[in-house]
Design a protein around this ligand. Structure first.
Ligand SMILES: C[S@@+](CC[C@H](N)C(=O)[O-])C[C@H]1O[C@@H](n2cnc3c(N)ncnc32)[C@H](O)[C@@H]1O
Length: 206
């Protein structure tokens, strides 16, 4: 998968929006590793939750030019940046400023992607809509992720696939268990140690 151009972004804007880092690129690498599977699935609608700069959903849009791409972010400035990254790379993207996927009522997506705020913090540190929302994950680093897990069955098509980035401290086995209660199988697509962080991308489908 191609890394999208980001040379349109002013470095200072990353004071307000998550700057793509190893986790962003691990997610892109996971999608690349799964390219054969995804091509067979021929997705019509793809959604990235918490798209930040838009680098991940844009990489997906470049690889799948016939897929309608959507993104959400709680941070308004991230939505603007996601859109500009998509435009810079000639990808059509609807970037919506919302909390997770709460305003999607009847929408169903074939692929959902999430690189959540996963750092373990105090509960009162997470849940904002500025730059701290990029990383502050509350208890187990999972407070935002867990809210999305329970919404996945509503927004994912029957044959859809959900990709989720986690670190070891998020206790991935508990996430696997939660998703299994909704009938999802899980698989680890890729793992990488980044400094003291063990990052991984899990994939869920029925
Ligand atoms: C770790 S950053 C990932 C950004 C981008 N996807 C990437 O991989 O570079 C997490 C993103 O989730 C967004 N976010 C946090 N809480 C959210 C929520 N409740 N609803 C939507 N987006 C949220 C943050 O604003 C941030 O852009």
């Amino acid at each position: 998968m191609e890394t999208p151009y980001q040379n349109h972004i002013d470095k200072a804007d990353f004071d307000h929006v998550y700057e793509p880092a190893e986790d962003s690129f691990l997610l892109i690498d996971a999608l690349e590793k799964d390219l054969g599977y995804l091509k067979l699935k021929n997705p019509t609608f793809c959604l990235e939750v918490g798209s930040g700069s838009g680098v991940v959903i844009t990489a997906f849009g470049i690889a799948f030019p016939n897929t309608f791409c959507f993104s959400t972010d709680i941070n308004f400035k991230a939505c603007i940046m996601s859109r500009s990254t998509a435009i810079r790379n000639k990808v059509l993207l609807d970037a919506v400023n919302m909390d997770l996927v709460t305003s999607f009522v009847d929408e169903k997506f074939d692929v959902v992607i999430f690189n959540p705020p996963y750092v373990v913090t105090e509960t009162n540190e997470c849940g904002g809509c500025g730059i701290a929302a990029s990383w502050a994950g509350g208890v187990k680093g999972r407070e935002i992720t867990d809210r999305l897990l329970h919404m996945i069955p509503k927004i994912l098509t029957k044959n859809g696939t959900f990709y989720l980035l986690l670190i070891k401290e998020n206790i991935p086995l508990e996430v696997v268990h939660i998703m299994s209660q909704y009938g999802y199988k899980s698989e680890t697509v890729i793992t990488r140690k980044v400094r003291n962080e063990q990052q991984m991308v899990l994939k869920f489908c029925k």
